[in-house]
Design a protein around this ligand. Structure first.
Ligand SMILES: *Cc1c(COP(=O)(O)O)cnc(C)c1O
Length: 459
């Protein structure tokens, strides 16, 4: 008899609506207009995004209908598979059942097209001709470039300079889709020129690249900004992952005791886990949720919950989120997608409410877990995703220690086919372990905008 390893849904089972955790959270994190200190409105967001996206950003509706055209495109890679990691279970000799939801089968190789497609769809409908954005490792840039090609919208990507030089293949992927990729900081913007004046070969950061993209959108009415993570509407779009996973766990006649995801800006974590958290908040089964972040950029475990900008240019609203300070330039690491100073305000609220447990993991241990996973499950994970694997393995080993089964579900957010240079170092044993720049965080936190406006702190 064949043991069941994968749980598949039909095209028609692709979700018809996105799920919004904001409807079920006991308390919603406020967003402030940095100029007035008032709660932001749809109008405050219109210089950067189109009306549909602005309304989704502030929505507290539980479900938002997915447009047919978006759902149609989703079916090219959705519903994504849920896989029982039986070989990994055996390798670990654990009584735990381990499942993973695999998002690497999308055209760009990660979960990010789940939001790139609707963002370009709504902007196209609003008459926008160009979208600008930031990218770290290149995952988001290539996803938005792919979506831009589908809808005939021009895409311009500011790529963190360190990654631009380290990862030429992601840039070539963006260019193949027809987009333009610029190393950041650049001479194109005030935000970029200021950083270059401070330091000629500035390595860049996601915060700076975001500031450059937002600055351009701010000054051009036909150009909008598209964000790859952090924002409520991005996590809303990613909820297709968890809604499918709920249905697939039912097919497996199982339910997770713990769900693990890696956390950069929080979008794959939120996408996978929020539908489960929502079930719990509405009286359903309890589930533990673990957010695995990198020890070198430990936003949830070492950051401060405060009002901060999402970018280092000061263009975004003030988000109440865990932050290392928008000026913080995290040390270079292979999981570039996790190298961001802030965190999704929805994830931050869920952590504050005790609904998500954060853990910080080291790069070397994560790659070890990624290699073990590749040798047992065949898929070479993205460096970001190795954090979720490491977190899941820790849960499986704890189950073994206790001699009790538990059901573990983790998000395999993408494949690592463009990250083999990092694997080369891991295999050669030359991968350096993370250093946490405590002094850098301390300095960046003293520049928090909220501290200049003490009235905002007692919200
Ligand atoms: C971008 C990326 C991440 C991190 O972003 P989140 O918004 O935290 O999900 C994780 N995994 C992969 C494969 C990515 O491309």
């Amino acid at each position: 008899m064949i043991e069941r390893t994968k749980y598949l849904l039909a095209d028609e089972d692709t979700p018809t609506a996105w799920y919004n955790l904001a409807a079920d959270l006991p308390e919603l994190a406020p967003k402030r207009n940095p100029g007035t200190g008032a709660d932001i409105t749809v109008d405050d967001l219109l210089p950067f995004v189109c009306r549909d996206i602005a309304e989704q950003e502030l929505s507290t509706e539980r479900y938002v209908e997915i447009p047919d055209e978006v759902r149609q495109i989703y079916t090219q890679w959705r519903p994504s598979p849920l896989v029982r990691a039986r070989r990994l279970e055996r390798a670990l000799d654990t009584p735990a059942r381990i499942y993973y939801k695999y998002e690497g089968g999308s055209p760009a190789g990660s979960h990010k097209p789940n939001t790139a497609i609707p963002q370009v769809y709504y902007n196209k409908a609003a008459g926008i001709t160009q979208l600008v954005t930031e990218t770290g490792a290149g995952q988001w840039g290539s996803s938005l470039s792919f979506a831009g090609a589908y809808f005939g919208v021009d895409v311009r990507v500011y790529m963190v300079r360190a990654s631009f030089h380290q990862k030429p293949y992601r840039r070539l992927l963006m260019e193949t889709y027809g987009a333009t990729c610029v190393p950041s900081p650049s001479e194109d913007t005030e935000t970029g020129r200021k950083r270059l004046a401070e330091r000629a070969e500035h390595p860049g950061s996601l915060g700076i690249a975001t500031g450059e993209a937002m600055e351009i959108a701010f000054h051009n009415p036909h150009v909008n900004y598209a964000g790859g993570s952090v924002l409520n509407h991005v996590l809303l779009h990613q909820s297709v992952i968890g809604q499918e996973a709920l249905a697939q766990m039912a097919l497996a006649d199982d339910y997770p005791d713990v769900v693990v995801g890696c956390a950069g800006g929080g979008s794959n974590l939120g996408g996978l886990t929020f539908p489960f958290i929502g079930e719990q908040l509405r009286g359903g089964r309890r589930v533990r949720v673990v957010a695995a972040e990198p020890a070198a950029c430990p936003t949830l475990t070492r950051g401060r919950l405060a009002f901060d900008f999402g970018d280092s240019g000061g263009f975004s609203p003030l988000f109440r989120m865990h932050t290392l300070g928008n000026d913080f330039v995290p040390p270079s690491m292979h999981a570039g997608g996790l190298r961001y100073h802030g965190m999704s305000p929805l994830v931050s609220s869920a952590v504050e409410a005790g609904l998500i447990e954060p853990v910080a993991l080291r790069q070397r241990a994560c790659f070890e877990a990624g290699i073990l996973f590749a040798r047992n499950e065949g898929i070479v994970p993205a460096p970001e995703s190795t954090h979720a694997i490491r977190g899941a393995i820790a849960e499986a080993l704890a189950a073994k220690e206790e001699g009790r089964p538990r059901t573990i579900l983790f998000g395999l957010s993408g494949h690592g086919h463009f990250d083999l240079a990092a694997y080369e170092q891991a295999l050669a044993g030359t991968l350096e372990d993370d250093i946490y720049d405590a002094a850098g965080v301390e300095a960046a936190l003293t520049n928090l905008p909220a501290q200049e406006r003490p009235a905002l702190l007692d919200a």
